[in-house]
Design a protein around this ligand. Sequence first.
Ligand code: GLP
Length: 259
Amino acid sequence: MEIVIVENKAEAATIAADIVEAYAREGKTLGLATGSTPVGTYQELIRRHREAGLSFADCQAFLLDEYVGLPREHEQTYYQTIRREFTAHIDIEDAKVHSPDGTAEHPGEAARAYDASIKRAGGVDVQILGIGSDGHIGFNEPTSSLVSRTRIKTLHPDTVRDNARFFDGDESKVPHHVMTQGIGTIREARHLLLLAFGENKAEAVAAMVEGPVSAMCPASVLQMHEHVTVIVDQAAAAGLEHTQYYAYALENKPGWQRF
Ligand code: GLP
């Protein structure tokens, strides 16, 4: 894993946008995440689209997860959230922005169909990820199988509490069920780009990077992936003990690609 410890969110957004831009320029398939963490990256990509002509017209996009039971028009569905925060402001065709169907009558079938649609698109080239304070990725809570596929999950009460801020602070309004790409699905993306900010994420980041690979910290599966970039601010990095491994100077030799 490449661990990049940055000074602030703006620096993280620039580095993450540089990485995503390289894929967008080749019309690759983007894996998008919701949550507050990637918002700065999306804003930077929107700025590059508007001011520097960065085009996403040849890209497809797949979302990680969705609440179950919220009507598609609900402003807190991830279907709406990603449009509001990112894809409505760039030149990707709306039909190319895919997400799990949290309203499906047969969720098991819808989940399998979603996995199949990712495969048909040739897989995800770069997957943006946040991390839950309990180490979840997508909505794969601790004890999720590390080879799981897209399916329905029940949220841990802590995640319901964390996400209540998007529902007027009212935990009773947060759906308790979600449809999420499985950890096995996420692992198939060719490049994983995980961002984390703030002290609330410090414990999860330490477990992900320095802890054992364990279903108790789903994000620890990133240790088993061949191309991972983790971008964290100082607060989220505070639990890391072995910073001498991460703080190395970059030797910028021609052809040496850092990310
Ligand atoms: C939700 C999402 C995750 C996200 C996490 C962290 O649970 N399903 O994909 O990473 O929240 O959210 P935030 O970035 O707002 O801290």
